[in-house]
Design a protein around this ligand. Structure first.
Ligand code: FES
Length: 106
């Protein structure tokens, strides 16, 4: 289990216990976090699972892969900390990760 915190746009914090190997998106959907639509079900084909990685975690999470970067072009208000949450796989190295949900999806 790894700790994962997802902060909804209205500031509501979701402090979750996540399975290693699961994605941030899967945990968001399972816990009904508002603002994560994930229309393509995690195939990196919709950009409606966009999140901002908390500043303290940006380096450890790393940059998006080229395919993800292409999809991010379709997301709303993309920032340097933007990632698609279906492409962030949880591991012990990311124990305690915090991400923030944007105002809206594309
Ligand atoms: S769920 Fe569609 S890109 Fe992440």
């Amino acid at each position: 289990m790894t700790k994962l915190t997802i902060v909804a746009f209205d500031g509501t914090r979701f402090d979750l216990d996540a399975d290693e190997g699961s994605t941030v998106m899967e945990n968001a959907v399972r816990n009904s976090v508002p603002g994560i639509e994930a229309e393509c079900g995690g195939a990196c084909a919709c950009a409606t699972c966009h999140v901002y990685v908390d500043e303290a975690w940006v380096e450890r999470v790393g940059p998006p892969a080229p395919m993800e970067e292409d999809m991010l072009d379709f997301a709303f208000d993309v920032r340097p900390s933007s990632r698609l949450s279906c492409q962030i796989k949880l591991s012990a190295a990311l124990d305690g990760l915090t991400v923030h949900v944007p105002e809206r999806q594309a």
